[in-house]
Design a protein around this ligand. Structure first.
Ligand SMILES: Cc1ncc(COP(=O)(O)O)c(C=O)c1O
Length: 497
């Protein structure tokens, strides 16, 4: 009698071992040589389409070994490498190698972490991960939450919980369009664009966002915040929540969280902290006071795939009273036979997803491999290197240092002997630096992104990368100046911007 059904997707033990070992060999070689590779080959979509070919969906299947070895060749040769020591663009952490192994294990077992009964041990591991994240940032371990795909989702998950908690209860059934209350939310002008998506998604509309100005240090002006709340109350609006940022996306500034907490208490508003990027820096003892007030947050967004070096995707929502998550996301259709007794946690009741993968495993293992000391060391070094870059930019006659906060440095290229009285100076420098960012991003020697600060187009280096070294910082300064000169000379010679 046949023992197993024949299936085109089954892989024998021997084949799995052989194919798996080959893949592990390739990935080990890649990780070992990452420092000597280019960050990107800068290939165009058309070039890459040629590489993968344009064959139709195949009628017949192929051998696992063959297709996996081709896929590893494609990915290892043609990717932009955010684990490269000179990747400092946007905010994606260099991924922990243990996270890659964790994903293999997680997907081999494939627990559905939507319901406890479908993922008994995985649910407990995610619960422990959430507790450790709360401990890491120094808030009460009574905060509850869940892992989500990233910062946008972490903020959305909290935003809707805030709406449930603070808006009239009738909205849940009658919808926002039948409410007489005009709900409004408050955030600094530096807030990441997730807030607009959330306002649209959850029915408030983007006009419900009150963008509060920042002071000369880029910190939300809490006086202006309070005045705006008062004026809204006078005009019949219903204030709902205030967002404070713990590390803004452009310059890494942390708002005065303690001040926001006081205002939220006074007006009975939900206090949400977007710490997707910057909050892990609280682990550095000297920086802890910068985050005072975090323990008063009703909800917090924190991304392990940014400064906790987990591979994508891993965001986290923490809520002081997790009952607000359950009150928002828990429904009980007849086709769910899920135990909801005390102490049994079903993650579908905590967020927007129903079926959920086991993203907690890579975070859990990464947290354990590094430990508190490991994070203090890595995050501390990232900050030190970011400051070093700022100092080098300050010293260099062709660079203008702009800002330095947490591990984000912004600066720009300014040619020597540049006609400073020229009316067009700022417009020219903006264009020159925009061209420079584009050129550097394609060049493959390093990868930076940009920020616009007081109308000035700047280069922005965000170091959330445990591989970056002092030598990288020295080298990138030289590369940037060399490329800046080239572009400036090219423009001068051609007479065209
Ligand atoms: C402060 C902040 N919030 C939210 C996000 C969005 O995160 P994600 O890209 O993971 O959705 C970012 C991304 O850089 C961020 O810096």
């Amino acid at each position: 009698m046949e023992k197993f059904r024949e299936s085109p997707l089954e892989i024998s033990r021997e084949e799995f071992r052989k194919t798996g070992y080959q893949l592990i060999d390739s990935v080990s070689d890649y990780l070992d040589s990452i420092n000597s590779l280019r960050v990107t080959l800068g290939e165009t979509p058309v070039e890459l389409q040629k590489v993968i070919g344009n064959s139709s969906f195949p009628d017949e299947g192929s051998s696992a070994q063959e297709i996996l070895s081709r896929a590893s060749g494609l990915l290892l040769r043609h990717s932009l490498l955010n684990g490269h020591p000179r990747f400092m663009g946007y905010i994606t952490g260099s991924p922990s190698p243990i996270g890659a192994l964790a994903d293999l294990l997680a997907t081999a077992v494939n627990p559905n972490v939507g319901a406890n009964i479908l993922s008994p041990i995985a649910t407990e591991i995610e619960k422990q991960t959430i507790r450790w994240l709360a401990e890491l940032i120094g808030v009460s371990p009574a905060y509850g939450g869940l892992l989500v795909s990233g910062g946008n989702m972490a903020n959305f998950t909290a935003f809707l919980a805030a709406r449930t908690a603070k808006a009239p209860a009738s909205i849940r059934e009658d919808g926002i369009s039948n409410s007489t209350q005009k709900l409004v939310v408050y955030c600094p002008v530096t807030t990441h664009i997730w807030i607009e998506k959330a306002a649209v998604l959850f029915g408030l509309g983007s006009k419900a966002i009150r963008w509060i100005q920042t002071d000369s240090d880029n910190i939300m002006d809490n006086k202006a915040l309070e005045q705006t709340i008062q004026s809204d109350l006078k005009n019949g609006f219903m204030p709902l929540l205030v967002v404070g940022t713990a590390g803004d996306v452009s310059t890494g500034v942390v708002d005065n969280l303690a001040g926001i907490a006081v205002i939220c208490k006074k007006y009975d508003l939900w206090f949400h902290v977007d710490g997707a990027y910057g909050l892990p820096a609280i682990i550095i003892p000297e920086l802890k006071p910068l985050f005072n007030g975090i323990a008063d947050a009703d909800s917090i967004a924190l991304d392990p795939h940014k400064w906790l070096y987990s591979p994508l995707e891993a965001g986290c929502t923490l809520v002081k009273d997790p009952g607000h998550l359950v009150g928002t996301y828990s429904f009980h259709p007849a086709y769910y036979n899920f135990d909801t007794a005390d102490g049994v946690q079903n993650y579908y009741e905590y967020g927007l997803q129903n079926s959920r993968g086991f993203r907690a495993l890579k975070v859990w293992l990464t947290l354990q491999q590094a430990g508190r000391r490991g994070y203090e060391k890595m995050i501390g070094e990232d900050i030190r290197l970011s400051k070093l870059l700022f100092e080098k930019a300050k010293e260099h006659p062709e660079l203008e240092a702009m800002t330095q906060n947490l591990s984000i440095t912004t600066f720009r290229y300014v040619p020597l002997n540049y006609d400073k009285d020229n009316d067009q100076k700022e417009a020219y420098l903006n264009k020159l630096n925009e061209l420079l960012v584009n050129e550097l991003q394609q060049g493959g020697e390093l990868f930076l992104s940009n920020a616009v600060i007081n109308g000035r187009y700047c280069l922005r280096a965000c170091i959330v990368n445990f591989r970056t070294s002092e030598k990288d910082i020295e080298d990138i300064v030289e590369i940037i100046v060399r490329e800046g000169r080239k572009i400036h000379n090219r423009i001068r010679e051609s007479g065209k911007l």
